[in-house]
Design a protein around this ligand. Structure first.
Ligand code: NAP
Length: 487
């Protein structure tokens, strides 16, 4: 294999639309630039799809649907399994590509490629486990046959923060279930998805099953597809604000939806916690992906007996983190995605400080090019601070102190979001009590990372609808059909 260099991994990606198994420029010929967030440099240009291109992608998905639904499940699974192998074989080049367009350190990009691949392995196994049922009707004379069928052509929209894994978490179950799809990756990180399309095509995915449109006009391209009537499903990962818009559009066609939206994760540390483990978990829950994760700990609530020591240790760890371009050896904190993200993080820190919070470390941008913000720890963050209600999406850890379990739970649940919560305690009764009372779809109990392809990922309240991964992940792409049988 030739050496993996920055230019070689960018050159290796076909920067066109992938429609009906063919690479094609946009009908207008338009392109848009992809930037390196660490330097601001333009990496390359990719095709900028128009509404007509989007419709061509849906045409291709709709035409391929019947054949794909009839494709043997074992073969659908084997395509995913081959793609899993290919992703791991190409892990190094795909990781570098991801770091270049998204900014996260190379070690984290390698981790994401492996995590993304695991969804393909998991759903390769699930493809052959789609079950049904046969039962005697209560009156004893009839019989019930229950079978599951693919939902049909699906629209998949993904964010920039996990540019490959958020794609495979949807593409994996869609392929396994027998659905065709139109995928629209985020404008800031289209390259990882285009590379993924190449991998799937090489793994034998038939033409038209996967179609990828990159665009600077997400609403203009996707809304007509939602309103067209042939798509039967929208699976979206992104902000709650955009999710609400898409839900309204889907309502008009009664489209099935999966919504993986924003989070505002509380991280609770009780006096009886293992403080070493709590600080390790806090670093993972806060700093994975430079804090740009829906699962990122957004609010730390620490019981009074350990609050000062927790803040001291977290500050020590955060202030020692090496910052820089994600391609550099040893860097742990890369750039944020763009200058708007840096500005928003800065505003949230200033707002908290104005309301009385103390900045223990960080609290500023870095001089020079790139979208860097220092790892930051704040204490005495009052409940009215904007960062208590809004996703920070950056390397900022706000700490507040509590006295009682009820007080901690009330603060933790005082949010419109409900994706994940983290609990650190060595009291098993408290652990289960608090986990049950947290209004979230997931809980990290004495651990700072919950994501796992074999587990059901998703939120309650305004963090979303539906679950991805686990044994339920494939159900999002299946309809249950009941056949009433007369004997
Ligand atoms: P975003 O602004 O909501 O964008 C997400 C995707 O939606 C992008 O592909 C975007 O395209 C597209 N989009 C924007 N407006 C649209 C419209 N009117 N119609 C159709 N598509 C539209 O979110 P983001 O900033 O990329 O990602 C960060 C957010 O994602 C955070 O809130 C985070 O919590 C959430 N997230 C949630 C999960 C989860 O599993 N719950 C996982 C990861 C991230 P453009 O790129 O062209 O704008």
């Amino acid at each position: 294999m030739s050496a993996v260099t920055e230019s070689s991994v960018v050159e290796a990606v076909t920067k066109e639309l992938f429609i009906g198994g063919k690479w094609t420029p946009s009908t207008s010929g338009a392109t848009f630039p992809v930037h390196d967030p660490a330097t601001g440099a333009v990496l390359c240009e990719v095709a900028d799809a128009s509404a007509d291109d989007g419709m061509a992608a849906l045409d291709a998905a709709a035409s391929a649907q019947a054949d794909w639904a009839a494709h043997p499940p074992r073969e659908r699974g084997e395509i995913l399994r081959r793609a899993y192998d290919a992703l791991l074989t190409r892990q190094e080049e795909l990781a570098l590509l991801m770091t270049l367009e998204m900014g996260k350190p190379l070690a984290e990009s390698r981790g994401e490629v492996a995590y993304a691949a695991e969804f393909f392995r998991w759903f390769a196994e699930e493809a052959v486990r789609i079950d049904g049922g046969y039962a005697v009707a209560p009156n004893g004379t009839g019989r019930f046959l229950v079978t599951k069928q693919p939902v049909g052509p699906s629209l998949l929209i993904t964010p920039w923060n996990f540019p490959m894994a958020m794609g495979t978490r949807k593409i994996g179950p869609a392929v396994a279930a027998g659905c065709t799809m139109v995928v629209k990756p985020a404008e800031q990180t289209p390259l990882s998805m285009l590379a993924l399309a190449q991998v799937l095509a090489e793994a034998g995915l038939p033409d038209g099953v996967l179609n990828v449109v990159t665009t600077t006009d997400p609403g203009g391209v996707m809304e007509p597809l939602i309103r067209d009537g042939r798509a039967r499903k929208l699976s979206f990962t992104g902000s709650t604000a955009v999710g609400r818009v898409l839900l309204r559009q889907c309502a008009d066609k009664v489209l099935r939806t999966s919504m993986e939206l924003g989070g505002n994760a509380p991280f609770l540390v009780f006096d009886d916690a293992d403080l070493d483990a709590a600080v390790d978990g806090a670093m993972q829950a806060k700093m994975r992906n430079i804090g740009e994760a829906c699962t990122a700990a957004n609010r730390f609530y620490v019981q009074r007996g350990v609050a000062d020591e927790f803040a001291r240790r977290l500050t020590e760890r955060m202030s020692a983190l090496p910052i820089g371009r994600g391609t550099e050896e040893g860097v742990v904190v890369g750039p944020l995605i763009d200058s708007d993200a840096v500005a928003k993080v800065g505003e949230l820190v200033e707002d908290a400080a104005r309301r009385g919070a103390q900045v223990l470390t960080g609290g500023a941008t870095l001089d020079g090019p790139g979208n860097f913000y220092q790892p930051t720890v704040l204490t005495n963050v009052p409940s009215g601070a904007r960062m208590s209600a809004e996703e920070i999406f950056g390397p900022v850890a706000p700490i507040s102190v509590f006295d009682t379990e009820d007080e901690a739970l009330a603060a933790a649940n005082d949010t419109e979001y409900g994706l994940v919560g983290y609990v650190y305690t060595n009291d098993v009764k408290r652990a289960l009590r608090v986990s049950e009372r947290l209004e979230t779809g997931m809980v990290g109990l004495n651990q700072g990372i919950v994501s796992n392809p074999a587990a059901p990922f998703g939120g309650v309240k305004q963090s979303g609808l539906g679950r991805e991964g686990g044994t339920v992940g494939i159900d999002e792409f299946l309809e249950t059909k009941y056949i009433a049988v007369s004997l």
